[in-house]
Ligand binder design. Structure first.
Ligand code: ADP
Length: 458
């Protein structure tokens, strides 16, 4: 059989099936209970009335004395009106007195009857089913006559038949209604899912702008839709950043290459003096240097991708920062800068020591690069359950308009154009800090230098 492909049809079928089973079970139970009760009521009334009649009989010396109008006496006559058939017989089955509609209640009565019993027979005179109660009339422990009381089962059968018909009509009707309701409920609940499917189909790597924008409902489907939108948002962001990165990277790579091409083109135009060749080679070497730095930084980025979950071990940042400062000191001193430091002992951060070295080198390198006079002050201390590291310089500073972008990839201020660099150092630094659960801030006063502050959770 072909599998049913829509959830709502399957849901509707399941609902109908379930309703069918429950309603059928319920109907059968009600029908059986009802029929038992109705039949029991008939039997009870036959027994009761028969025993009342027997009690009213006049028996003397084991002989039953029935006045001719006995059954016509008021209380017995009432039974006749209520549709009962009653007859008193000898033990041999000879009718002594009788009233009622039904004939030949039990034609083959045996004289040996000692216990009362019920039988259900069909009355040939009017083809109705009747219930007969036959009881011996006992005197001194001896059965001396028989009494039969009977009532038609027509009413009971009618009632049961009507009940059966009611179930026969209402069960399929309710099952159908349940099926339709199931279908519409499922359709209503699943409508956003269709929307998700349509949106997902519309999405391509080029355009991730589509959103479901389903009103926020806090249920399973609502949460799914919201999660889907959030996922699209993140993907969209990631794709945009990736594209931006590729654009920027290509652009950055082109600049030194174009410069080299220009130098080469110019030098090859005509024969040049040795100094000119020398100058051209220097220019090309400078551009190559830039390319190397840029490529290294790009490589760094690529390697860092997905490194956020790397194993973090306790790292003594006091020692690490001290070592990095020592190794950078010659660079600072070559520019006539003082490198001061005040580092508390044994400050530990959980992290990756290679990444932390890269972070400090980037920041110190910038501080040295962008400072012409004065000093660079490095400090590390515990502050409010965090390790606070600050690298302060007295360099060119960063204009307020640049502060919000300083950690963006490839972002460089105009002032720094003359200094070699790729604009990637700070964004790498920020990624490293964030991967360690920390935060990095920059404060400065124009022309008084910059202060980069990092907080690491302990
Ligand atoms: P790069 O140093 O390669 O240019 P970075 O990402 O490290 O790239 O820095 C981005 C920009 O931020 C720099 O070009 C510079 O304009 C500015 N900057 C970074 N550090 C400092 C600093 N200590 N003082 C002044 N400007 C800085």
């Amino acid at each position: 059989m072909k599998r049913i492909k829509t959830l709502r049809v399957r849901f509707a079928l399941w609902t109908s099936g379930l309703f069918f089973v429950i309603l059928t079970g319920f109907s059968v139970f009600v029908y059986i209970r009802m029929s038992r009760n109705l039949y029991a009521a008939i039997d009870d009334s036959l027994t009761l009335n028969a025993s009342q009649i027997v009690a009213g009989l006049d028996i003397e010396n084991n002989l039953i004395n029935i006045p001719t109008d006995f059954l016509d006496e008021s209380e017995n006559a009432e039974l006749r009106e209520r549709g009962f058939t009653v007859q008193i017989l000898t033990r041999q089955g000879e009718i002594l007195q009788k009233f009622g509609l039904h004939q030949a209640l039990l034609p083959h009565l045996s004289s040996k009857i000692v216990d009362p019993f019920f039988s259900t027979i069909s009355d040939p005179s009017n083809e109705t089913t009747i219930r007969v109660y036959t009881t011996p009339v006992i005197e001194n422990g001896q059965p001396i006559a028989l009494l039969q009381a009977a009532q038609s089962l027509e009413q009971v059968q009618d009632t049961l038949e009507r009940l059966f018909l009611t179930f026969l009509v209402s069960v399929p009707m309710l099952v159908t209604i349940a099926g339709f309701s199931g279908y519409f409920l499922a359709a209503r609940a699943l409508a956003p899912i269709d929307q998700i499917t349509l949106t997902a189909r519309r999405i391509s790597a080029e355009d991730l702008s589509a959103r479901l924008n389903i009103p926020v409902i806090d249920d399973e489907v609502g949460r799914l839709a919201q999660t889907f939108d959030e996922m699209l948002e993140r993907l969209d962001d990631a794709f945009k950043r990736e594209r931006q990165f590729t654009n920027d990277a290509s652009h950055e790579l082109r600049t030194p290459l174009t410069a080299m091409q220009a130098v080469l083109g110019m030098i090859r135009e005509k024969p040049r003096a040795t100094e000119e060749y020398q100058q051209a080679l220097d220019d090309i070497s400078e551009e190559t240097e830039r390319l190397i730095t840029l490529t290294e930084n790009l490589l760094n980025f690529a390697r860092r991708d997905g490194k956020n979950n790397s194993v973090h071990e306790p790292v003594n940042v006091s020692t690490l920062l001290g070592d990095v400062t020592d190794s950078m000191r010659p660079l600072a001193e070559a520019k006539g800068l003082k490198l001061k430091r005040e580092i508390e002992d044994n400050l530990y951060v959980r992290g990756d020591s290679d990444d932390l070295i890269r972070l400090f080198v980037n920041l110190l390198d910038n501080a040295i690069k962008f400072t012409e006079h004065g000093e660079i002050y490095i400090s590390a201390e515990m502050q409010n359950n965090a390790v606070k590291i600050s690298i302060e310089d007295t360099g060119i500073g960063i204009g307020a308009e640049h502060l919000p972008h300083i950690f963006d990839r490839f972002y460089r201020t105009d002032k720094s154009r003359a200094t070699p660099g790729s604009g990637l150092g700070l964004s790498i630094a920020q990624e490293i800090v964030q991967a360690h659960g920390g935060k990095i801030e920059v404060t400065n006063a124009m022309d008084k230098g910059s202060n980069f502050i990092i907080y690491f959770p302990v």
